[in-house]
Design a protein. Sequence first.
Length: 70
Amino acid sequence: MMPLSLSQTGCVANIKAIRGKDETRRFLENLGFTVGQPVTVIAQLNGNLIVNVKDSRVAISQSMANRIMV
């Protein structure tokens, strides 16, 4: 397992765990980041990520990406 922030651009990975406080996990789940869901890193800009999850593109910060384990 590794954080999503370390994933290569274009690689599809399945979410294995989401770490952090309950409110942080709930926020990420509302964006579509759930355990078992495939996620693709589209681009990395200054540590921030643009990812494709549930047929939507979402921009997340590096600190949020570090909480998503793939």
